[in-house]
Ligand binder design. Structure first.
Ligand code: DOR
Length: 432
C-alpha cells in the first residue's frame, strides 16, 4: 500500500493535544508521522489540505444498516457509502435487523458484507436478548468472539429490569458496553410524538419525557449495581442530562450520546400529521433541546451519534400512526452538529465524533498518534444545501432536506485509502 501525505491542514487531535498546522504522513495503513513539514516520499500521493481541518476518523456509534432483512431501506454497501460521504471512517451498526444480530453467524455475515463493500469500517453491535424480545439472553461471549463490539436491543427497551440486570451480570466480564434505548412502553403507549402543547394542539397521542427519564434512571442504577458499563443512546430530555450528572457523581460507569435532530429540532417540527418528524425518542420541547445543547457545551454529553435510520419514501408517507420512526442521518451529521452548537471548540467537536466513540467502543482510532490506523476525516466550514436526491443512502427521510448547513466533510480516508474526496466516492473496491 502506498503513502499519502496530507499537506498543510489544521490538525485537531484531542489525544495529542494538538490544534496546529501540520503535515500528516500515512503509510502501510497506519499514521507514520505528524510534523510541521514532511517531505513527500517518492511515489506518495499528496492531498492538499490547506483550509481544512484534519481529524482522526469520525466514528458513528449508532447506525442502522438494515441488512440482513430490510435491504429495501438500506444495505451495508449503501449505508457505508453514505458513511464515508458524510465523513465517517467507521460505523457501529445496530442489531434490529431481520433476523436480529443475536448469533455469531449473523455477526460474521455483517462483517463479510462490510468487507465486500470496502468503504467504511463496520463494527457490529450484538443483541442483548434473543431476537430482541426481552426474554432470553443473547450469547454474549460468542457474539464478542465473532466481532460484536457492544450490546443493545436498540429500537426496543429491555422492558424487564430483572432480565436487564441478569444480562448485565452475565455480560459483566465480556468486553462491550451495553447501549440502552430508554423508553418506558407503559408511559409511551401508542404515542406518535412528544407529549406537550404541540401534541395537545394537534390532538395526537404524546409520549411524555418521563417515559425516557424513568428508564434512564433505572438503567444507570443497574449499571451501578452490576458494574457493567452502560451507554445511554439518543438522550432527548433535560432530566436525562441531570440523571447522567447524578450517575457520574456516584462513580457509575456510564456514557451518553445525543443526535443532531434532538439538538436542533423540537416538537414544532411535527406538522400537518406527516411522519417526516416522527422519530424515537420523539423530538421534544424547545427547553429540552436547549438543555441538550448546554450539556454538549458543558461536557456532559460524550458522543455525537446519528441514529441513522433509513426508511423508504413510501413508508414515511404512510399515515402518521402507521409510518416508521427515524431519520437518515449520516450525510447531514457534520453540518447539523455544527449548526446545533456553532460555538463548540473544534477539539471538543472531534472528541465527540472520534476520540470518545473509539474509547467507549474499545475500537482503534480516535487519534492520529503515529502507529494509529490511517483513518482520517477532513472537513471544512463551507456552507452547503442538503439535497436528498444526491444521498448515497437509500433513505432520503431527513428533516434537514433543503437546509443550509455550515460544515461539511471534504475527504475520508480509511486504512490509508482515500475513499471520498469532495463528495465523490473514489474507491469502493474491497481489498483494503
Ligand atoms: O427513530 C428511530 N428509528 N429510533 C430507533 O430507536 C430505531 C430506529 C429505526 O430502527 O428505525
Amino acid at each position: 500500500m502506498g503513502a499519502i501525505l496530507i499537506r498543510g491542514g489544521r490538525v485537531v487531535d484531542p489525544v495529542l493535544g494538538l490544534d496546529a498546522l501540520r503535515d500528516v504522513l500515512l503509510r502501510d495503513g497506519l499514521v507514520a508521522e505528524v510534523a510541521e513539514h514532511i517531505a513527500a516520499p517518492a511515489g506518495a500521493e499528496v492531498l492538499e489540505a490547506a483550509g481544512t481541518v484534519v481529524a482522526p476518523g469520525f466514528i458513528d456509534m449508532h447506525v442502522h444498516l438494515r441488512e440482513p432483512g430490510h435491504n429495501h431501506k438500506e444495505t451495508i454497501a449503501s449505508g457505508c457509502a453514505a458513511a464515508v460521504v458524510g465523513g465517517f471512517t467507521a460505523v457501529a451498526c445496530m442489531p434490529n435487523t431481520e433476523p436480529a444480530l443475536d448469533s455469531p453467524a449473523l455477526i460474521a455475515e455483517v462483517l463479510r458484507l462490510a468487507r465486500a463493500a470496502g468503504t467504511a469500517r463496520v463494527y457490529p453491535i450484538g443483541a442483548i436478548t434473543r431476537a430482541r424480545k426481552g426474554v432470553e439472553l443473547a450469547p454474549f461471549w460468542r457474539l464478542h468472539d465473532a466481532g460484536a463490539v457492544a450490546f443493545s436491543d436498540d429500537g426496543n427497551t429491555v422492558e424487564s429490569a430483572r432480565v436487564l440486570r441478569q444480562a448485565a451480570l452475565y455480560a459483566r466480564d465480556v468486553p462491550g458496553v451495553f447501549i440502552s434505548h430508554c423508553e418506558d412502553g407503559t408511559l409511551k403507549g401508542d404515542a406518535v410524538m412528544h407529549e406537550g402543547e404541540q401534541s395537545l394542539r394537534l390532538g395526537l397521542a404524546g409520549s411524555p419525557g418521563l417515559a425516557e427519564d424513568v428508564i434512564v434512571a433505572r438503567d444507570l442504577l443497574i449499571a451501578g449495581e452490576t458494574g457493567k458499563p452502560f451507554h445511554i443512546a439518543h438522550l432527548s430530555t433535560a432530566m436525562s442530562v441531570q440523571l447522567m450528572l447524578f450517575a457520574r457523581a456516584q462513580g457509575i460507569a456510564a456514557t451518553c450520546e445525543v443526535t443532531a435532530h434532538h439538538l436542533v429540532l423540537d416538537d414544532g417540527h411535527v406538522r400537518g400529521f406527516r411522519a417526516d418528524g416522527k422519530v424515537n425518542p420523539p423530538l421534544r420541547g424547545d427547553d429540552d433541546a436547549a438543555a441538550l445543547r448546554a450539556a454538549v457545551r458543558e461536557g456532559t454529553i460524550d458522543v455525537f451519534a446519528t441514529d441513522h435510520a433509513p426508511h423508504t419514501r413510501e413508508e414515511k408517507d404512510r399515515l402518521l400512526h402507521d409510518a416508521p420512526v427515524g431519520f437518515s442521518g449520516l450525510e447531514t451529521a457534520i453540518g447539523a452538529y455544527a449548526a446545533a452548537v456553532p460555538d463548540l471548540p473544534l477539539a471538543r467537536f472531534v472528541a465527540l465524533l472520534s476520540t470518545n466513540p473509539a474509547r467507549i467502543l474499545g475500537v482503534p482510532g480516535g487519534t492520529l498518534a503515529p502507529g494509529s490506523p490511517a483513518d482520517v476525516t477532513l472537513f471544512a466550514d463551507r456552507a452547503w444545501t442538503v439535497d436528498t436526491s444526491r444521498f448515497h443512502s437509500q433513505g432520503k427521510n431527513t428533516p434537514f432536506d433543503g437546509a443550509t448547513l455550515p460544515r461539511r466533510a471534504v475527504a475520508t480516508i480509511v486504512g490509508g485509502r482515500i475513499v471520498m474526496h469532495e463528495g465523490r466516492l473514489l474507491e469502493t473496491a474491497a481489498g483494503a
